[in-house]
Design a protein around this ligand. Structure first.
Ligand code: THU
Length: 138
């Protein structure tokens, strides 16, 4: 799966966004380290707080299907370049410290970042290693 294909998948996933309140469509596509692809869109709920971003939909689908690590994520939103929110950055951090993040404007116009760039000095599983319950990823 090359980057172009992942970008296309993110743009396709955006079409499924359920956004009756914001009308802000977002799609995401993830390539996991075991070579699988998962997509997600944002889903809004009338009482607002249960709303979930496209990125987290895709990550949770991947993890719940048995994949362990995110390698690359492509994100296509409604603004020219839609960057992941802070919560999604933290969720990505949990499942891959070296995630490549592709912010998509169109199939031919996109930017690449590392998670380290978007979430420097992150708090993560490593910080909990010394405690009894610190059994997450590194
Ligand atoms: N949203 C995403 O799905 N991903 C982002 O990176 C930014 C925000 C969603 C949440 C909500 O449904 C809508 O966009 C407006 O905030």
């Amino acid at each position: 799966m090359d980057e172009k294909k992942l970008i296309k998948k993110a743009l396709e996933a955006k079409e499924n966004a359920y956004v009756p309140y914001s009308n802000f469509h977002v799609g995401a596509a993830i390539l996991t380290e075991d070579g699988k692809v998962y997509t997600g869109c944002n889903i809004e709920i009338a009482s607002y707080s249960p709303t979930i971003c496209a990125e987290r939909t895709a990550v949770f689908k991947a993890i719940s299907e048995g994949s362990k690590k995110v390698k690359t994520i492509a994100i296509a939103g409604e603004s020219e370049f839609t960057y992941p929110c802070g919560v999604c950055r933290q969720v990505l951090r949990e499942f891959g410290q070296d995630v490549k993040i592709i912010i998509v404007n169109s199939e031919d116009d996109y930017r690449e970042h590392t998670l380290e760039e978007l979430l420097p000095y992150s708090f993560g599983p490593k910080d909990l290693k010394k405690t009894e319950s610190g059994e997450g990823n590194v």
